[in-house]
Each structure stands twice: as structure tokens, then as C-alpha cells.
Write a protein that binds this ligand. Structure first.
Ligand code: AMP
Length: 214
């Protein structure tokens, strides 16, 4: 099964992707995670990506398209994949179509997870991420058992640089301007499903699985 989780930053794409991995045993491919890993390693990709990410802007299309083309060719994608945070522009979506048709594959579901801006800002400013395993928490809605420490691996929790309020507002604007046109792009292809992203993690999971199972 090949699917895309589309939606503004903070809508819960990453959380739902992790649930879908466990249910369908297909990999989650997050361009954000791949780029943050490249920044940690200080690779040429990471150095270039950092300047864009720190401002909440998009990393240039040609860089992320190359990442995805290479990633989709890996054997763990043979049974399908969950794209989280890609595509983010129409050019990326068109490149994805080309790559998939070259692979003899196609998209089955695009889920657009909808959450209003004020709720997104509340979620993102309170988000804390484990430095070691990437697990995500929220200081108010999903706090760790021990302040500042990951429940799963005891790693240190930190606030992503781009989760500061000013950068978040830019990321939301970038989403409106550059990514939201993908909603009509995928509507035209008849693969888009809009999901109400307000509710518990469990409720949203049910909404997604209901669509897949019917
Ligand atoms: P995310 O973890 O998905 O919120 O992504 C964090 C940041 O990584 C974004 O604000 C962008 O700067 C960059 N990024 C991630 N995915 C993409 C993409 N598909 N295209 C361009 N930039 C991206």
C-alpha cells in the first residue's frame, strides 16, 4: 500500500505514520527526519538544508526529490510506503508521479489531515522530541513520565529550532502558499481523503483505518 500523509506542520502526520507502520508493516519516509539526520552528520546536504529549515522555509525541490527517488528504490519499499512530509510542492508531486510510474507503481491514498492554525501553534510550541530515538511528546497533552526525559529510551528531550513561535508562523504560511495546492492536485486524481485532525490519537487513527478498510 502506497500512501501520503498531507497536512500542515503539527497536524499529527508523524504520529499517525508511526501507527500505520505497526499496522501495515511498511516504512515511514519522512523527509524532515532524513534532513535532520543529515544536519546532525553535517553532510553537504545537511549544511545546505539547515539554512532553509532554520527559517521555516522549504529545502529546494531538487534536493528532496533526489532523497525520495533514492529512498523509494530501497527494498523495504517493495510492499509499500508512507510518505510523511513529502511532497510539499506541486513540482515534488509531479516528480513523485514520474518516479512511481517508472517503478510500475502508483499512489493509493492521500490523507489530508485538517487542523486549524491556533491549535497547530499550541501543539508545536509545546512539542518536545527525544534526541536519541525521535519520540515526540507535548509538555501539556502528552508529557513524559520524567520531566525532560524520553519514556522509551531515557534520551534528552529538546525543542526543535523550527518549533519556536515565529518560525512556526512562517511554516504555516509556507504550507498555505506552497503545499495546500496539493489538495486540489490529488483531488483531481481521485485519491484524496480529508480527515478531521482534531481529537485523540486513537480517534484519528480510527478515521484513517475506516477509510482504508472500506
Ligand atoms: P517536518 O519535519 O516535515 O516538519 O519538516 C521540517 C522542515 O524540513 C520543513 O520546514 C522544511 O524546511 C524541510 N522539509 C521537510 N520535508 C520537505 C520537503 N518535502 N520539501 C522541502 N522541504 C522539506
Amino acid at each position: 500500500m502506497n500512501l501520503i500523509l498531507l497536512g500542515p506542520p503539527g497536524c499529527g502526520k508523524g504520529t499517525q505514520a508511526k501507527i500505520l507502520i505497526d499496522t501495515y508493516h511498511i516504512p515511514q519516509i519522512s523527509t524532515g527526519d532524513i534532513l535532520r539526520e543529515a544536519i546532525k552528520k553535517e553532510s553537504p546536504l545537511g549544511i545546505e538544508a539547515k539554512t532553509h529549515m532554520d527559517q521555516g522555509s522549504l529545502v529546494p525541490d531538487h534536493l528532496v526529490i533526489k532523497i525520495i527517488e533514492e529512498r523509494l528504490k530501497q527494498t523495504d519499499c517493495n510492499r509499500g510506503f508512507i510518505l510523511d512530509g513529502f511532497p510539499r510542492t506541486v513540482a515534488q508531486a509531479e516528480a513523485l508521479d514520474t518516479t512511481l510510474s517508472e517503478m510500475g507503481s502508483k499512489l493509493e491514498y492521500v490523507f489530508s489531515i485538517e487542523v486549524d492554525d491556533e491549535e497547530l501553534i499550541r501543539r508545536l510550541t509545546g512539542r518536545r522530541v527525544c534526541r536519541k530515538c525521535g519520540e515526540s511528546y507535548h509538555i501539556e497533552f502528552n508529557p513524559p513520565r520524567q520531566d525532560g526525559l524520553c519514556d522509551s529510551c531515557q534520551g534528552e528531550l529538546y525543542q526543535r529550532d523550527d518549533d519556536k513561535e515565529e518560525t512556526i508562523r512562517n511554516r504555516l504560511k509556507v504550507y498555505q502558499d506552497q503545499t495546500s495546492p496539493l489538495i486540489s492536485f490529488y483531488q483531481r486524481k481521485d485519491v484524496l481523503h480529508s480527515i478531521d485532525g482534531i481529537g485523540s490519537i486513537e480517534e484519528i487513527k480510527k478515521r484513517l483505518l475506516n477509510i482504508i478498510n472500506t
